[in-house]
Design a protein around this ligand. Structure first.
Ligand code: NAP
Length: 357
């Protein structure tokens, strides 16, 4: 890997700058002295942007806000003016939806098309880094059996998700496919895609809204005190993911997709990583039998369907992050550090109770 040369002569656009992942990307860019164009839905809502203002006040870079919505055509034109790099992170991340087309797919797919249409019209953008997901690589753990080497790689695509089964994963898949399709006509700019697994670690905003926080809250608030389904998945620290975005943007040779995942874990793996320091919390300590999750899951949680249980619980998960290590020079923090930092932040900000010794 060559040394990372950050071009500070042109601004960089970050879509969805209020988000959990975006917060750390903005911070890294400001540290490097980059002018950041932060595209947000409501620049007037200081409850969502004060943490970015604080960063800008103490770091070398400059921060400018632009109002933009994924569903409004041309909405990103102004924010993109003069930018060399576009980080497209904005996309709805939620699991409990009533209308997956309206709540997930429209913003993900039409939004990606909208942002890339602006890129096509711009005369300055040379690279777009799209925040996709491992959810665009695989839909269910059962898909691992379809892979060439028994491990998910950048060559794999999610073919099992739909509007009715894993709609969030479906939204990420159709959005990434659309991005590759549009980029094929491009000559001035290159698309580089990062595919993170479940993102954990502290937020730059202490009260983040990302689904990542809901999951970790449920580990600590007693929701899973009777046990957790044996559900393996990959995890990555949010700070490592931000670093991956910068390398994908500024390393000249970066190309294609990159699985960004530190290691395989599970709900019980996360709980075990918390148990040493936070043993007083009602963490899940044993795996629920699969038949019980299959039977009772759908009754306790709308998002847990029998198909989801059948195709994921108790089935292994494995992904190859070797391309990110070899080409982006990625190193990954240990899971214990990420999850403990996040849990502590959730206690400090009142999202989890603080236990008196
Ligand atoms: P997040 O904190 O909820 O951020 C989502 C961002 O998207 C927010 O800034 C939100 O803006 C913006 N957004 C949603 N709908 C929009 C719309 N119609 N117009 C403009 N902006 C809109 O979630 P996150 O975890 O940081 O997710 C960021 C990206 O990482 C997403 O693309 C997600 O799919 C991807 N990702 C996340 C994980 C994970 O585990 N967290 C894993 C893999 C991939 P508002 O503040 O205005 O709502």
């Amino acid at each position: 890997m060559s040394m990372l040369q950050i071009d500070t002569s042109k601004p960089a656009l970050v879509t969805g700058a209020t988000g959990y992942v975006a917060g750390w990307i903005v911070r890294r860019l400001l540290e490097e002295g980059v002018t950041v164009h932060a595209a947000v839905r409501d620049p007037g809502d200081k409850t969502k942007t004060w943490h970015l203002d604080e960063m800008a006040a103490s770091l070398p870079g400059t921060l400018r806000y632009f109002k933009a919505d994924l569903l409004e055509n041309g909405s990103y034109d102004l924010a993109m003016d003069g930018c060399g790099i576009v980080f497209h992170t904005a996309s709805p991340f939620k699991l409990d939806v009533r209308d997956p087309q309206a709540e997930l797919v429209d913003a993900a797919l039409l939004g990606t098309r909208n942002v890339l249409d602006s890129v096509q019209r711009s005369d300055s953008v040379t690279r777009v880094v799209l925040t996709s997901s491992c959810a665009a690589i695989y839909g269910d753990n059962a898909d691992l059996a379809l892979t060439a080497r028994g491990v998910f790689t950048e060559n794999d695509w999610n073919t099992s998700s739909s509007l009715h089964h894993m709609p969030y994963s479906y939204s990420k898949t159709v959005a990434e496919r659309e991005a590759w399709s549009i980029s094929r006509q491009a000559t001035r700019w290159r698309l580089v895609v990062v595919n993170p697994s479940l993102v954990v670690g502290p937020g730059t905003h202490p009260r983040a809204t990302s689904e990542s926080f809901n999951l970790v809250r449920q580990l600590g608030d007693g929701t899973m005190k009777a046990g957790a389904p044996a559900l393996p998945f990959g995890v990555v620290d949010v700070r490592d993911l931000a670093e991956a975005h910068l390398r994908a943007a500024y390393l000249p040779e970066a190309q294609g997709r990159y699985i960004i995942s530190g290691q395989a874990s599970s709900l019980l793996g996360l709980a075990a990583a918390l148990a040493g320091r936070f043993g007083g919390y009602p963490l899940p300590r044993r795996a629920l039998p699969k038949w019980l999750v299959w039977l009772a899951g759908p009754m306790t949680d709308r998002t847990v369907t029998r198909k989801l249980v059948a195709r994921n619980v108790g089935l292994p998960w494995k992904a190859d992050n070797g391309k990110s290590v070899a080409q982006l020079g990625m190193t990954y923090r240990p899971l214990d550090v990420s999850i403990q930092d996040m849990f502590q932040q959730m206690i400090d900000s009142g999202q989890l109770p603080s236990l008196k010794p």
